[in-house]
Design a protein around this ligand. Structure first.
Ligand code: F3S
Length: 398
């Protein structure tokens, strides 16, 4: 890879340990993927925040970088392993909280915004169309590439952090226009009636597209929450963090429609539900907000829960960013949800909190949430917000 004199000096260690380490990571990546140079990035989203996934080795790595590493661009954080304020009420141990706080301290010293959300685009990290960024977290990467039209590879935690310390990333993969061309036409004839149908659609398209970039037709309308749900699912069950949706996402109109095509019919949506849903009736955990709930979703939850009580046998979490929760506080939604027995899980989510062994069966609106909860040995049910609230109130999936 060709380096400028300044970049070479960074690699030689003239800007300190964290920048040298970061340059080593970026140059190694660039060499592997055939990048010719580094390009500037407008922002970074760093994943790998939960102590549950990092362990002591990860914490040590972060502390080493935090000694002299300071971010050069706007950098936001993915969810951590706990609500940073309210961890006790979510059943997190003192020991875990202590370690998680040390992780957060390291990120704070680096100059990163402790946003702890997978929806950075809702809280102020919103790139412009065509801007190069270096984001990790697959749902956010897919949203950035497809819905916003920014350009990012699917970074890992360390490579995103390296880009933040250098302000640049190797120019390969989805940073290059020639790699952003759709190569399979997906004709959707299925009707999408509820939020979870978008997760089912993502499952189906992800499986059919495999490693190709889908060009999707047949969808008349899509809201923000539907798109963020679709982004999370299509990349979880497929591979590429980029799609085009005719009439909905930017750049779709100027693409040539690929010759190879597949269809997604109503039976495919049903097939997705059949694969995601397990045989289970008793629900002990309901979690909505994967990706993190928007304020609009929180308002809907509050409306559905008003005057009801969450079952004693069930834990109900609303996973969201602290910023969205602050709006919910002001509007009175928090009171309604908490009075009903629901809990806010800010800064965290069902996939990165240490939940293994705590719950047997999850109900959620999210296809991605089901994928990761199965890895935590839970049975899963995916359905509408109404079905999830009903499961929270009765402790049963009906
Ligand atoms: Fe976000 Fe966690 Fe889901 S990071 S997309 S809420 S698995």
């Amino acid at each position: 890879m060709n380096l400028t004199q300044k970049e070479q000096r960074m690699l030689n260690g003239e800007e300190g340990y964290a920048v040298r380490k970061s340059m080593e990571i970026l140059v190694a990546l660039g060499d592997i993927y055939g990048a010719e140079s580094l390009i500037k990035v407008g922002s970074v989203q760093v994943a790998g925040v939960s102590y549950h996934n990092l362990g002591d080795a990860g914490l040590e790595f972060l502390n080493e970088l935090a000694r002299d590493g300071r971010v050069k661009v706007l950098t936001t954080l993915n969810p951590a392993g706990m609500d940073l304020e309210n961890w006790r009420s979510l059943g997190i141990s003192e020991e875990f909280a202590k370690k998680q706080n040390l992780v957060i301290d390291a990120f704070t010293r680096m100059g990163i915004l402790i946003s702890c959300t997978c929806t950075p685009y809702l809280i102020g990290n919103l790139p412009r169309y065509g801007e190069h960024v270096a984001w990790s977290e697959s749902s956010a990467v897919t949203f950035a590439n497809s819905v916003i039209g920014a350009k990012t590879n699917r970074e890992g935690g360390p490579s995103a952090l390296a880009a933040a310390f250098v302000g640049k990333t190797p120019c390969y993969g989805l940073h290059l226009d020639e790699n952003r061309v759709p190569d399979i036409h997906v004709k959707v004839t299925a009707e999408l009636a509820k939020l979870s149908d978008w997760g089912a659609l993502g499952y189906s398209i992800g499986k059919k597209a495999e490693n190709r970039i889908p060009y999707i037709t047949g969808i008349a309308e899509a809201g923000l929450d539907e798109l963020k749900s679709f982004c999370a699912s299509v990349v979880t069950y497929g591979a590429k963090p980029l799609f085009y949706m005719q009439g909905i996402t930017p750049g779709a109109e100027s693409c040539q429609i690929p010759a190879e095509s597949v269809r997604v019919e109503q039976s495919d949506i049903q097939d997705a539900y059949d694969n995601i849903n397990d045989e289970v009736t008793d629900i002990d955990f309901v979690c909505v907000g994967c990706p993190h709930c928007s304020i609009k979703e929180i308002a809907e939850i509050a409306e559905l829960l008003r005057g009801k009580k969450v079952s004693e046998s069930t834990e109900f979490w609303v996973a969201t960013s602290r910023s969205a929760k602050q709006l919910a506080d002001k509007r009175g939604y928090t009171k309604v949800i908490e009075r009903a027995g629901g809990k806010f899980a800010c800064d965290t989510c069902m996939a990165v909190a240490p939940l293994k062994g705590r719950f047997k069966a999850l109900a959620t609106t999210s296809a991605k949430g089901c994928f990761y909860s199965r890895q935590n040995n839970m049975k899963t049910k995916m359905g509408s917000l109404e079905e999830c609230i009903s499961a929270a109130v009765t402790g049963k999936w009906s």
